[in-house]
Design a protein around this ligand. Sequence first.
Ligand SMILES: O=C(O)CCC(=O)C(=O)O
Length: 71
Amino acid sequence: MVRKMLPGSTFNSLLFNRYNGGNDYVGWHSDDEKLYGSAPEIASVSFGCERDFFLKKKSCKSSQGATAKAS
Ligand SMILES: O=C(O)CCC(=O)C(=O)O
């Protein structure tokens, strides 16, 4: 479905987020659930309020770390 919506892409997932106001955000997290596969390529589309999208590299040893934060 994602490739149909975004022809030529290699994304295997498409996330939609809606930010209703300034207090809505997605905290640091890793999109590492099994459903995304072993090499996830995730497209994200946000609606509502404008948000910055931050990424940080995940340490190899850390089980935490994260990939995205909207603030
Ligand atoms: O698009 C965003 O603002 C954050 C998306 C995200 O990291 C997620 O939904 O997992």
